[in-house]
Design a protein around this ligand. Structure first.
Ligand code: MD3
Ligand code: FE
Length: 217
């Protein structure tokens, strides 16, 4: 290897990392659109506020959640599901901000998923100590559609597992403005996030915000 190769590698910060056959992490994909997207999310939350959800077995989730788009994901005693009405407001969820669905369709296309029509965005806010245990996303009607996730604020260790809960997993750091797209063979992988560590981020303050954009129906 020449010294030129070493020099080049220092600057060859990858724009994206393939973490699975059909799962790609796009580093800093959101660039300077972060503030615009977050201010649109704050407007959504003025209408459909963040709330803790309860699993069907009665456990309070540590994240606080809301939704925008035609369908919102939720869980309560009646189970995990998508629903068109926000039970807090008894009204439809706020519309998905156009820039959000545009960026999601754009990054899905970059990952090779052409016909993605997002109709749902789950907003999850993590404070230090919050986490999400290993689970599969399987409440959507069409598993051939990808899922796109945008991360903001404090970094977190994302857990990328296999197809059984007991399969071993790897840890991948998700940072502010990163986009993760997965589908196809990787669509039903177990995944989760480790406990958020204490910290303050210049854009979000003492939290992490994750937007999960899906085609639920
Ligand atoms: C890989 N959210 O809302 S996003 C969820 O950071 C959820 O808030 C996490 O899991 C979060 O359901 C992770 C990244 C993610 C989501 C689902 C996946 C990656 C995935 C499903 C299969 C494989
Ligand atoms: Fe998930």
């Amino acid at each position: 290897m020449s010294s030129f190769d070493l020099f080049a590698n220092d600057f060859a910060e990858p724009m994206h990392t393939a973490i699975g056959e059909q799962a790609i992490l796009f580093h800093q994909f959101l660039g300077n659109t972060d503030e615009t997207i977050l201010s649109n999310v704050r407007e959504v939350l003025k209408v459909s506020p963040l709330r803790h959800l309860y699993t069907p077995s009665g456990h309070k989730m540590s994240v606080k959640s809301s939704n925008c788009g035609h369908y919102g994901w939720l869980t309560d005693k009646q189970g995990y599901r998508y629903q068109e009405i926000d039970p807090v407001t008894s009204k439809p969820w706020p519309q998905m901000p156009a820039n959000l669905s545009v960026k999601a369709v754009e990054v899905a296309r970059l990952a090779g998923f052409e016909s993605f029509q997002p109709d749902s965005c789950l907003i999850n806010v993590y404070l230090p100590g919050a986490k999400m245990g290993l689970h599969q996303d399987k409440d959507e009607s069409d598993f051939t559609k990808p899922i796109v996730s945008f991360s903001f604020g404090l970094p977190v260790d994302f857990l990328w597992g296999g197809f059984k809960r007991s399969d071993k997993y790897q840890k991948i750091t998700l940072q502010h403005a990163d986009a993760l797209v997965w589908g196809g063979k990787d669509r039903l992988r177990y995944h989760g996030v480790q406990q958020l560590k204490e910290g303050v981020h210049p854009t979000t303050g003492r939290c992490r915000v994750n937007l999960t954009i899906r085609q639920a129906d």
